[in-house]
Ligand binder design. Structure first.
Ligand code: NAD
Ligand code: DAU
Length: 341
């Protein structure tokens, strides 16, 4: 099978490409990635020598680039997206462009030929904040951030191509991923690298928001199984059932890195901050036969180990564009921070 993997130079996409080439000898992969601030060619460096792997720099909103990259492909896995909630609150334009319009451009190119699968990578954030219980795939969508709303737009559009044109679309909604190669703007890699540098760990609000933490390799294994087994028109939640408050995550990071507890700072909350996400994963367990295998403790140790062993990777990022971003996102909030929530 020939797959077009968009956004494959980012965090989940690069982990997926590596696992797919390792475990699926009959697959050939073309990665199409714009290399935004979040995408890095070096995330795929070790795959360059594999004759089944090809990299193209390009934008999923560019019709010509997309139709050239898709030539001869049987399946598309669309990871390409703007992904950081805080950035979407500052400026939603690139989110609507890539996460909605980009999906339309991909779908239009896809439906020009008979192909096997369009896998749209969506998110559990489309359900909105879930105070109690677990979201099932048939729940109404209630996205609350510009990021989540754009992702909901993208997956609804993809599903509309299944209903309208019979395009074989499958959608996945995963919970919070963590692991190697995650850009250090997200909670876990930001806190691990700040802890390793002896810098503040800025917890939003009271630090009691909850997320279900999914080790990236478990997610990638689920996606490979879905590509092999899914019927078109399906939507699958992918979660690990490893729910923790941000305070608990922070304590685990302090313990693993041996950093000082005084580094923890409580700062002004994220506007519209979703309190909790939680997924019911019965469908993927029953239909696909997938279950998460990595405990949070094990996954976090592996992740911290990777950041410890790959300092140059994240130090390079943190000394570039990231510094400006960090200052504007955290500067004033850290000046006005508190020691308890
Ligand atoms: P990421 O930010 O690490 O990577 C995104 C990649 O997309 C980057 O390589 C970037 O260069 C590329 N990209 C952005 N705009 C593009 C464009 N217009 N054309 C081509 N490439 C473009 O993101 P991630 O965390 O790896 O997330 C991947 C996908 O999984 C996204 O669709 C995201 O919404 C979804 N998702 C992420 C999580 C998570 O916890 N990280 C959870 C659920 C779903
Ligand atoms: O749930 C899936 C989603 O998870 C993905 O679709 C998104 O692409 C991904 O970014 C992630 O969104 P979150 O907003 O949940 O992730 P983030 O790492 O930004 O934040 C996790 C929690 O930690 C959230 O409650 C906000 C909090 N937080 C985050 C940062 C960056 C802090 O308290 N301080 C911080 O500095």
């Amino acid at each position: 099978m020939r797959l077009l993997v968009t956004g494959g130079a980012g965090f989940i996409g690069s982990n997926f490409a590596r696992m797919a080439l390792k475990t699926m000898p009959d697959w050939e992969l073309t990665v199409l990635d714009k290399l935004t601030y979040a995408g890095r060619k070096e995330n795929l460096e070790d795959l360059d020598s594999d004759p089944r792997f090809k990299f193209i720099r390009g934008d999923i909103c560019d019709e010509k680039a997309v139709s050239e990259a898709m030539e001869g492909c049987d399946a598309v896995v669309n990871f390409a997206a703007e992904t950081h909630v805080d950035r979407s609150i500052d400026d939603s334009a690139s989110f609507v462009r890539t996460d909605v319009e980009g999906v339309r451009v991909l779908l239009e190119a896809f439906r020009k030929e008979e192909r096997q699968l369009f896998l749209q990578i969506s998110t559990d954030e489309v359900y909105g904040s879930v105070e109690k219980g677990n979201s099932v795939e048939t729940d109404q969508l209630a996205p609350r951030s510009p990021y989540a709303a754009s992702k909901a737009g993208g997956e609804l559009l993809a599903m509309s191509y299944w209903t309208t044109y019979g395009v074989p679309v499958t959608v996945t909604r995963a919970s919070n991923n963590y692991g190697p190669f995650q850009y250090p703007e997200k909670l876990i890699p930001l806190f691990i690298t700040n802890a390793m540098n002896g810098e503040p760990l800025p917890l939003y609000g009271d630090g009691l928001n909850r997320r279900d933490w999914l080790f990236v390799e478990d997610n990638c294994r689920a996606l490979i199984m879905i590509i092999e087994k899914s019927e078109p028109g399906r939507i699958y939640n992918i979660g690990a059932g490893q729910e923790h408050t941000n305070r608990e995550v922070t304590s685990s990071i302090l313990e693993i890195t041996g950093a000082d507890r005084n580094l923890v700072r409580y700062i002004e909350d994220r506007p519209g901050h979703d309190r909790r996400y939680a997924l019911n994963v019965s469908l993927i367990e029953n239909e696909i036969g997938w279950k998460a295998e990595t405990s949070f403790e094990e996954g976090l140790r592996k992740t911290a180990g990777w950041y410890r062993g790959n300092r140059t990777w994240w130090q390079k990022i943190k000394s570039g564009e990231f510094r400006e971003y960090y200052l504007s996102m955290y500067g004033d909030r850290l000046t006005n921070s508190r020691e308890s929530g």
